[in-house]
Write a protein that binds this ligand. Structure first.
Ligand code: OSB
Ligand code: MG
Length: 363
């Protein structure tokens, strides 16, 4: 049986980027149950098409009509991948199914998910992504709080008018922190000259300065900048990554399972990145504990050389839908060792946050 739900969870603080803001996280949860075992997957598409073309509504439709009928009687990753090949795009929807199937498989085989994701478990140093704030003071206090909690690096969301001056002041205030910046595609080719100033701030990377399709501007900026260029939205597949590498548009990759359509594509991207000596790290989508648990298992793959956007439960939510919540200790999160995601799921909370629900029964 498959249960599909839309959950709406309030965020502890509004998250603002150059292109949108979120006060609450709306997402799809997939529960795959058979033989008394339940696998959980999260579809990271948002309510509105600001980060990606996919939305909760589009993913819901594709799941109900196309993807879930492929798996309802056959909980097999390989056969799902074969059948799902003919579906174009809709990567976040596909990824959610694959995640649920992997959790199911890992639980059936009594293994932790990291075993299937090329990870090794243990503890992982993590970073935190900090949204745009009302003013500098609020940003500084937010960062101070995260540093006191032990986060290993700070990723600042920037946009026009909340960029050079802010970066300069933050760098002056926190001289030695590991600092990154993410523009979510707000600049354009005319800004290339102006963006050369970015080298002043000692950033370890500048993420997605230009819109997703504009690889050419990324390549041009990369020739003029010492700060490494990291791509997020531009890379939806291993082929996109090949193109970006061929154009010289990328130094570092932010890898998100949902954005690239699932675990198998993720593993292909990891392989290519290793071959090309491209540094990769795991990004986030403000996931619930279920999505973040999957990311955490994956992030324990030793090839990742930079701290992920994987923060503790209390960075995002007052109450998380997993138990125990993910806690930060010495700047690290620990990867659970139990079967599958390795965490209990709080069904009563899931029920409380559910705004829509549908069940598919197999033969
Ligand atoms: O661009 O990396 C991004 C959140 C939602 C959508 C896009 C992005 C983000 C983040 C937050 O930066 C990462 C996280 O902590 O989940
Ligand atoms: Mg990003």
């Amino acid at each position: 049986m498959i249960e599909l739900r839309i959950l709406r969870m309030p965020l502890r603080a509004t998250f603002t980027t150059s292109g949108w803001y979120e006060k609450e996280r709306e997402f799809i949860l997939i529960k795959y149950s058979k033989f008394g075992i339940t696998g959980y997957g999260e579809v990271v598409a948002s309510k509105a098409p600001y980060y990606s073309a996919e939305t909760v509504a589009s993913a819901w439709s594709v799941l109900i009509h196309y993807l879930l009928p492929m798996v309802v009687d056959e909980p097999e990753v390989e056969s799902f991948l074969r059948k799902a090949k003919r579906i174009r795009g809709n990567r976040m929807a596909k990824a959610g199914v694959e995640l649920a199937l992997y959790d199911f498989k890992a639980k059936l085989e009594n293994r932790p998910l990291y075993d299937l994701y090329g990870g090794i478990g243990g503890e992982i140093e993590v970073g935190v992504s900090v949204g745009i704030k009302r003013d500098y003071h609020e940003l500084r206090e937010t960062i101070r709080g995260y540093l006191n909690q032990g986060y290993q690096r700070i990723k600042l969301k920037i946009r026009k008018g909340w960029d050079f001056e802010i970066l300069k002041r933050i760098r002056r205030e926190f001289r030695s922190i590991r600092l990154w910046a993410d523009a979510n595609g707000c600049y354009s080719a005319e800004d290339i000259d102006h963006l050369r100033r970015v080298d002043e701030f000692g950033l370890e990377l500048l993420e997605q300065p230009f819109p997703p399709d504009d690889l050419i501007s990324h390549a041009q900026l990369r020739e003029r900048l010492k700060t490494p260029i990291c791509l997020d939205e531009s890379i939806e597949s291993v082929d996109d990554l090949k193109t970006a590498l061929a154009l010289g548009a990328i130094d570092i990759l932010n890898l998100k399972v949902g954005r690239v359509g699932g675990i198998s594509e993720t593993l292909r991207i990891i392989e290519l990145s290793q071959e090309k000596n491209l540094p990769v790290w795991i990004g986030g989508m403000l996931e619930s504990g279920i999505g973040r648990a999957h990311n955490l298992h994956l992030a324990s793959n030793p090839i990742f050389s930079l701290p992920p956007d994987l923060s503790a439960s209390d960075r995002y939510y007052e109450e998380d839908i997993i138990y125990p919540p993910l806690l930060l200790r010495n700047g690290r999160l620990s990867v659970p060792d139990g079967p599958g995601i390795g965490l209990a799921v709080r069904e009563e909370l899931i029920n409380r946050y559910t705004i829509h629900r549908e069940t598919l029964k197999g033969a």
